[in-house]
Structures are given as structure tokens and as C-alpha cells.
Design a protein around this ligand. Structure first.
Ligand code: G3P
Length: 212
């Protein structure tokens, strides 16, 4: 499973990159608005820092305007992936962008049906929002599993990118199900490293060494 960082913060991205685990970045309008400075410069900086795909979302809601934004976004760097919400207009934009050879990440996916339509339109990635489904009492992980099954049934090339990952168990479950990628906040990435037995074991090793 590829690991992407869900962040627009360059310091966080550098911190995650230093661990050698990050193969891409996902941003969204909320994450980019938290950062001060020119958002295009921030995106350019992220794209320079990371070799893999960097998702940047369109703000427009009409297909033609989404395509115009996408045209500008792809000029920022060759590894920009256009994030497009799965709406009627968004699906049209995904199809157009696919025909033009531009990579897309279909976002705000909450059902297997939405994922299937996005894959048919030619999305490179679909991003089911696991945590937000759990928030409303649904089973986000089940949606990942269902999408994986459907994509395998029909041998669809679209990658499943588990998003809205809130804790280590989401991450583990996504890997177990065979999700192609998961995008995680830095806090979750740091939690993945921890285990109490590692800390206890290290403390004992160091204490024993100090006694020699
Ligand atoms: O990148 C989109 C997604 O990961 C958002 O997560 O925690 O805001 O639901 P969250």
C-alpha cells in the first residue's frame, strides 16, 4: 500500500519524507487554507519535495470551470493530480481530463456506486472518506472493501486511495483489504511507529547496558 501524507504543510511533509515512507501528498481546500502565503507557491514547493502524485482540488463546481482550473493546476508541476469531487459536473470533468491524459483523484466518495462511476469516467484514484462515514454511524471500511471487490470484479485500473483516515486501525484495515494507497495525517503516521513494548524494551536494553 502506498502511503500519502494528507497535508499542505511543508514542514509536516518534510518530517514525513525523512521517515522514507511517503510516496505522495493529498491536499484539499481546507488543508491549503490553513497555510499562510501564496497557495500556488505552496503547491509548487510540495511538488518539488515529493516525487509522487500531489493531489490539488478544483474549487469550481461547473465542468467547464473545473477544466479551466485544471489547465492552470497542471502547469504548476508535472506530478500534480487534479482532485475533483464526484458530482454530476465533476464526473464530466474527470472524463474530459482523462481523455486529455491528465490524472485525476475523484474525491468526496462515500459509496461504491460513486466510486464505480468515477472509475468508468477514467479517474486515476478514487478517495473514499472512511472517517467521515464512521462519523455518521456508517462503516467506512466496508465501503473500501466493497469498492475493492467491484474494481477487482471488472479489472478496473483505478486505484483505491483510502482517505479521511483518523487512526492507526483505519490504516491497518486499509492495508489488510489491499487498498492501493492510504492518505494519512502526520499525527497518524507518527502513531504508527509507536508500541509500548518497543519503549519498554529499549529502556531495558539501555538500563542493562548502563550496568555493565
Ligand atoms: O484529503 C481528504 C480527507 O483525507 C479528509 O479527511 O479527516 O477531514 O475527514 P478528514
Amino acid at each position: 500500500m502506498k502511503i500519502f501524507l494528507d497535508s499542505a504543510n511543508i514542514e509536516q511533509i518534510r518530517q514525513a519524507k525523512a521517515l522514507g515512507a511517503i510516496e505522495g501528498v493529498t491536499t484539499n481546500p481546507s488543508l491549503l487554507s490553513k497555510e499562510s502565503g501564496d497557495w500556488k507557491k505552496i503547491v509548487r514547493q510540495i511538488c518539488r519535495e515529493i516525487d509522487g502524485p500531489v493531489s490539488v482540488e478544483v474549487i469550481a463546481t461547473e465542468c467547464a470551470a473545473m477544466l479551466a482550473e485544471a489547465r492552470d493546476l497542471v502547469k504548476i508541476a508535472p506530478n500534480v493530480v487534479i482532485k475533483v469531487p464526484v458530482t454530476l459536473e465533476g464526473l464530466k470533468a474527470i472524463k474530459e481530463l482523462h481523455q486529455r491524459g491528465i490524472e485525476t483523484n475523484a474525491t468526496l466518495v462515500f459509496s461504491p456506486n460513486q466510486a464505480l462511476l468515477a472509475a468508468k469516467a477514467g479517474a486515476s484514484f478514487v478517495s473514499p472518506f472512511v472517517g467521515r462515514l464512521d462519523d455518521i454511524g456508517q462503516d467506512g471500511m466496508q465501503v473500501i472493501q466493497d469498492i475493492m471487490t467491484i474494481f477487482r470484479n471488472y479489472d478496473l485500473p483505478t486505484q483505491v486511495l483510502a482517505a479521511s483516515i483518523r487512526h492507526t486501525s483505519h490504516f491497518f484495515q486499509a492495508a489488510l483489504l489491499g487498498a492501493d494507497a492510504a492518505t494519512i495525517p502526520l499525527a497518524v503516521l507518527l502513531e504508527l511507529i509507536k508500541h509500548p513494548l518497543t519503549d519498554i524494551g529499549l529502556a531495558k536494553f539501555l538500563a542493562d547496558w548502563a550496568k555493565r
